[in-house]
Design a binder for this molecule. Structure first.
Ligand code: URA
Length: 258
């Protein structure tokens, strides 16, 4: 690992401050002065001191985050709140979100500093199931559910996108179900929405293409207005976490993802 990265992940200072510490001769590796922030160190056996203090790396970190709508799946942004704005860590912590949820999507997001863990979960060949709860304008009859499971076209030159499973939870008219829909305004719908059919349900997919669930449902005439990820593999969102809260994964939860 790079020397500046190791120190950033072990302290509350920014990478920029740390680079200056290194260049100004405040950092030693095994008691040897090192002036190059990009120097490679062995995090398992080297002793790194910054300003005379031994830097202890926190090791691998794995968190479950209940992503609220309005938060973007990034580590920094000029105009919107990002996932890391909800975390009580320094900006050099090395934490990053695993995969991506749209800005308006809520629910389970993993946050880690372990790149290998992230790659494994994101690798489409590993077929890790992700389940989403949705509300949509439109109806989902048996034929549409079969189409979704057989594979639908969601973009030019894209492979068919398939649902592993699709379960309808509630269906009816907007007028009768709007109080349950978790959805505040009907934008862009020109006709009176009250008598339009709405459907809620659960869809499971194993890939993570951009806006995949929204595009899949759109291909069968359903327009998602609320989307929440509730599980990844066998890991289910801990509903005691309020939106915007996070907690460490337990050892069992972590094992279940491997
Ligand atoms: N599919 C979507 O359309 N959006 C998400 O945020 C996740 C999956």
């Amino acid at each position: 690992m790079r020397l500046d990265k190791y120190i950033a992940e072990s302290s509350s200072d920014t990478r920029k401050v740390i680079r200056n510490y290194i260049k100004e001769g405040n950092v030693t590796v095994n008691d040897r002065l090192i002036l190059d922030p990009a120097a490679e160190i062995n995090e398992n056996c080297d002793t790194i001191k910054c300003l005379g203090k031994v830097m202890k790396h926190p090791g691998k970190m794995y968190y479950m985050f209940h992503k609220p709508g309005g938060c973007i799946t990034a580590t920094k942004d000029e105009s919107s709140l990002t996932v890391l704005d909800y975390f009580n860590v320094s900006n050099g912590s090395g934490l990053f979100p695993v995969g991506r949820l749209d800005k308006d999507t809520e629910g389970l997001l993993l946050v880690t500093n372990d790149g290998e863990f992230c790659h494994r979960l994101m690798d489409p060949s590993k077929k890790v199931e992700k389940t989403y709860y949705f509300w949509a304008f439109g109806s989902l009859d048996q034929k549409k559910k079969e189409q979704l499971q057989e594979g639908v076209m969601i973009g030019v030159n894209e492979e068919l996108a398939k649902a592993e499973s699709i379960i309808v939870d509630e269906e009816g008219k907007y007028l009768d179900l709007k109080n349950k829909m978790n959805f505040e305004s009907v934008k862009g719908i020109k006709i009176n929405p009250n008598y339009q059919p709405v459907t809620s349900g659960y869809i499971t997919i194993t890939e993570g293409r951009k806006h995949q669930v929204k595009r899949m449902l759109k291909s069968v005439g359903c327009y998602i207005v609320y989307l929440k990820r509730i599980s990844i593999g066998s890991l289910v969102l801990d509903e005691t976490l309020k939106k915007g809260e996070y907690r460490e994964l337990t050892t069992e939860e972590l094992k279940s993802l491997y």
